[in-house]
Design a binder for this molecule. Sequence first.
Ligand code: PSU
Ligand code: MN
Length: 316
Amino acid sequence: MAEPDRTAAATGVVCAAEVGEALRSGLPVVALESTIISHGLPRPANLAVARELEALVRDGGACPATIAVLDGVAHVGLADSQLERVADDTSMRKLGFRDLAPSIARRASGATTVSATAFLASRCGIRVFGTGGLGGVHRGYRDSFDESADLALLSRTRVTVVSAGVKSILDIGATLQRLETLNVTVVGYRTRTFPAFYVHSSGFDLDWTLETPEQVARTMLAQDALDGPESALLVANPVPREHELDPALHDAVLAEALESAARDGVSGQAITPYLLDYMARGTGGASLAANLAAVRANVSLATEIACAYAGAAHRA
Ligand code: PSU
Ligand code: MN
């Protein structure tokens, strides 16, 4: 990758030259988050996955922009050596939106969650973002108040996020309620029920279903034209049925994982990585296979949507 555009360096945000050029030319760009690489997937396979996701975007005709903070600079688009660092460096922090300012001020390094990634993408003019599963309302939130900052950020950020719903480790019904209250538009992609990340369906009905990338692009253009509050569009793309985790195995291991987390007193930022790791070990890697299938499908769909949107915006 060429030298970054350093004129942006003073702001603490640097858009990689390739990404900046694509955006200026109206070419499709897809943002990718880094927390899934550093905290969501086991080493060393995580680096191969990070590279594979970027390749999926390129093969689909768009420019990938993986986002992370390195030594106090928020990078939108990483060179391969930077991607390696995100995957290998065990001291990378987990950064939500609210962590960006202190990480820049303290010259810290960290991977960005959905909230930080969505913000940085949108700030640079990237309209589409592909990820695994969003954060949401945790089970037991009545005691812990644990609701991911992803939800509030998406209620005021104009970005289209493609995810396999929210992780089944969460309270999915409560998460859907919060998304409604926060006015985040949720559409199912070729499904009438909200997906549950590792499994195809959570059983919760959705109000809207879209069938093609062009329909998603038209919905984005309608959001632009309405000119309402800058909220996101959440495209819920279920993991393909043939790759889903066996629901019985899923429920059994999840119950153990939640008990173990309570026993170990895990809370706050640590709970999501803890539960994901427990699920991967407890299912003998099967949850990981479902996780990867979901992320690949989401990144491919995000690429198709970015291409359809770039084409439609160009014609408009
Ligand atoms: N989905 C995954 N793996 C992950 C995450 C989501 O498959 O690691 C991350 C995302 O970065 C998401 C974050 O934004 O978990 C939510 O964390 P929290 O619940 O602490 O907000
Ligand atoms: Mn949380």
